[in-house]
Design a protein around this ligand. Structure first.
Ligand code: SF4
Length: 241
């Protein structure tokens, strides 16, 4: 079966209805558990819901697939991932009841180097992120009405006000953050309780894991995302802004 045949087709609820759903749920589900939020999303959107994962850990993929076995998990393979991240994606696909959909940029790193010059991440990281993260994700999300992400308020000041459900105006979809209120202790407890796979770099000084050229280890006491785009004012790739 082709990938297209397994994806939901276009033509779900209209934009005004989706926006109203998001705004109401954002208020009503603020105090709900992550399971309750995922269950609401699954009941509301059915196959027009997907989950995204950076493969830093498998918490959201595990939690969502415990509510909806076989749920689609979208993984962005930027071409610049650490081998440990790709290994975590493979292991998640092999061990969890998920349908992993790996999404890649239109150009390989070699093709991008040939057309835009080498190491675009040094010269124009915003464009690099746009080409290798933001645009591929938008293509991947096109068939869906709602998408879930594992971002948490505690991760950085920029994420401190993340709603559990919101209207993603740029993509015209409902954005769901079931773990928004979770602390790192909540994440650690869930991983331990379920014996989950995690990216081994998490235990090697990388509390936030992105592309290898733009991620460094953090020092004790630093923000979890302090190691992302070191030396630059950039703190987000553009997916959540
Ligand atoms: S994180 Fe760095 S390497 Fe990855 S897409 Fe963004 S700029 Fe490029």
């Amino acid at each position: 079966m082709s990938l297209c045949a397994t994806l939901p087709q276009q033509g779900g609820r209209d934009e005004a209805t989706l926006r109203a759903l998001a705004e109401r749920a954002g208020q009503e589900l603020e105090d709900a558990t992550a399971h309750e939020i995922v269950r609401w999303a699954a009941e509301t959107f059915g196959e027009r819901l997907c989950v995204t994962s950076s493969m830093q850990d498998t918490v959201l993929a595990h939690l969502a697939s415990s509510v909806v076995p076989g749920i689609t998990v979208v993984f962005l393979d930027t071409g610049y991932h650490f081998p440990e991240t790709l290994g975590t994606a493979d292991a998640a696909s092999a061990t969890l009841p998920i349908k992993l959909v790996t999404v890649r940029p239109r150009q390989t790193v070699a093709e991008q180097d040939a057309t835009l010059g080498p190491d675009l991440f040094r010269r124009n990281p915003d464009l690099c992120c746009q080409l290798r993260k933001v645009a591929p994700l938008e293509r991947a999300l096109a068939p869906y009405d709602a998408w879930a992400t594992g971002i948490r308020r505690e991760e950085s000041p920029a994420r401190a006000n993340t709603p559990v459900v919101s209207w993603d105006a740029r993509r015209r979809k409902v954005k769901i953050a079931p773990l928004a209120r979770w602390t790192q202790a909540d994440v650690d407890a869930y991983i331990a309780e379920h014996g989950l796979l995690v990216n081994p770099l998490l235990y090697d000084g990388y509390p936030s894991i992105g592309c290898w050229p733009c991620t460094r280890r953090v020092e004790d006491g630093e923000d979890a995302r302090a190691g992302r785009w070191p030396g630059l004012a950039k703190t987000e790739c553009g997916i959540h802004t």
